[in-house]
Write a protein that binds this ligand. Structure first.
Ligand code: NAD
Ligand code: ZN
Length: 377
């Protein structure tokens, strides 16, 4: 996939080896879609098995412990299922620990890593697949194009829709110094299975928060200065689907299918552009207070009418339709130094600000303005 992009974006965003002006992105090369398609996993993995000593490792959200889904996982030979909690977002040290454990337990490198869950588990699976073949700690690779060795074959199977982690070339990790993704050509999944029925049990509020991640991806991409026809085409489709899911009365099964495809398109839209103000500020909330990505974006987005007037109006209508009441007073007990860290983390996301406000973003936004928004949250 090679195409011309907004020069501004290429300059300010991520340096590439091949060209500053054209970005050459990987895409997920194989995808299965449809209700019940999870059961194709065994057949998909079979030809990828190196031999019986090289296991498939399934990293699965522990919300599925003792559920029927675990019994449907095609675990054979010395394959291992590792249940992991998604209560906290993935950390570099957690990735390092998983990699050491796998290396100690097995004589051979795994044949594959399969992530089953939301953005948290998908990101963990991507990071583990990279770190099994690359030396050092996952924190050494937080940034852009720092990975130099091919990762282990990895498969992503989302069980909640919205983040776009199933299509993206990043895995967002909390490290010792920063919350930042491992952005690389080796991060993208080799295979994705989209089975809308896996999202059946998602609690309503979580459905909304993760779904709004997708909606906000669309708004930030479509209103950004990096916008181009590639991103626009995906962003518009995703936004249309989000409106159907969150503003119309449609069947639950229809809604699950549409949100899964909205997430996919939303992720594709930001691949060739960038996110914006809500994501920059949500990173600050996540870093200082551990607020999770989906809800963090919502907490910020409600106060961004200055930047995204139509988007915030739609967002309020969605909140109202689904009777979602966002928590308040999140930043009320912050010390000055914590507030300053939050602002610094947010302002550190230069490409996001440049996408949102243009090259002159520093003349529009400043620490005081950010503080005022955080204080409302
Ligand atoms: P999540 O994975 O953190 O899960 C949220 C909650 O939903 C958890 O409690 C989980 O157990 C539960 N859950 C998931 N599937 C369920 C199901 N089918 N039934 C019942 N409960 C279920 O949520 P998320 O919003 O998908 O992911 C957030 C993470 O994604 C963050 O760490 C964020 O940084 C990351 N992210 C990554 C990218 C990327 O491109 N890599 C993009 C956006 C966000
Ligand atoms: Zn997001």
């Amino acid at each position: 996939m090679k195409m011309q992009v907004n020069k501004q974006m290429a300059k300010s965003n991520i340096p590439t080896k091949a060209s500053q002006e054209f970005r050459n992105f990987p895409m997920v090369p194989r995808v299965v879609y449809g209700v019940g398609s999870f059961d194709t996993l065994g057949d998909i993995l079979m030809p990828k098995r190196k031999h019986s000593e090289a296991p498939m490792i399934y990293v699965v959200d522990d919300v599925f412990e003792n559920t029927e889904l675990i019994n449907r996982i095609p675990s054979i030979f010395c394959d291992q299922i590792i249940l992991i909690s998604a209560n906290e977002e993935p950390k570099t040290e957690q990735v390092d620990a998983l990699v050491s454990m796998i290396k100690e337990k097995f004589t051979e490198l795994p044949s594959g890593i399969i992530g089953i869950g939301g953005g948290t588990l998908l990101d963990l699976a991507k990071a583990v697949a990279i770190m099994l073949t690359n030396k050092g700690s996952a924190s050494d690779y937080q940034g852009w194009d720092l990975v130099n060795k091919q990762s282990i074959y990895h498969v992503g199977i989302p069980t909640i829709s919205g983040t776009g982690a199933e299509v993206s070339r990043t895995t967002v990790l909390m490290g010792p110094e920063k919350k930042l993704g491992i952005n690389s050509d080796y991060t993208t999944f080799d295979q994705v299975i989209l089975d809308p029925d896996l999202t059946v049990g998602v609690p309503k509020e979580q459905w909304f928060y993760t779904g709004m991640d997708c909606f906000i991806h669309c708004i930030e991409s479509l209103n950004g200065t990096f916008l181009n026809a590639f991103s626009k085409s995906y962003g518009e489709k995703s936004l249309e689907l989000c409106k159907e899911v969150f503003l119309k009365d449609i069947e639950a099964s229809d809604s699950r299918e549409k949100l899964m495809m909205a997430s996919w398109h939303g992720g594709m839209s930001i691949a060739y552009s960038q996110v914006g103000v809500a994501h920059a500020m949500s990173y600050g909330l996540g870093y200082v207070l551990g607020v999770k990505h989906g809800i963090g974006n919502c907490l910020v987005f409600q106060y961004l009418e200055e930047f995204y007037p139509e988007g915030v109006q739609l967002f309020n209508a969605m909140l109202e339709k689904h009777n979602i009441v966002l928590p308040k007073g999140i930043c009320s007990k912050l010390t000055d130094s914590e507030m300053n860290t939050m602002v610094t983390v947010a302002l550190g996301m230069a490409p996001l600000w440049e996408n949102a406000l243009g090259e002159q973003w520093k003349t529009i936004i400043n620490p005081e303005k950010l503080k005022a928004i955080y204080q409302k949250i």
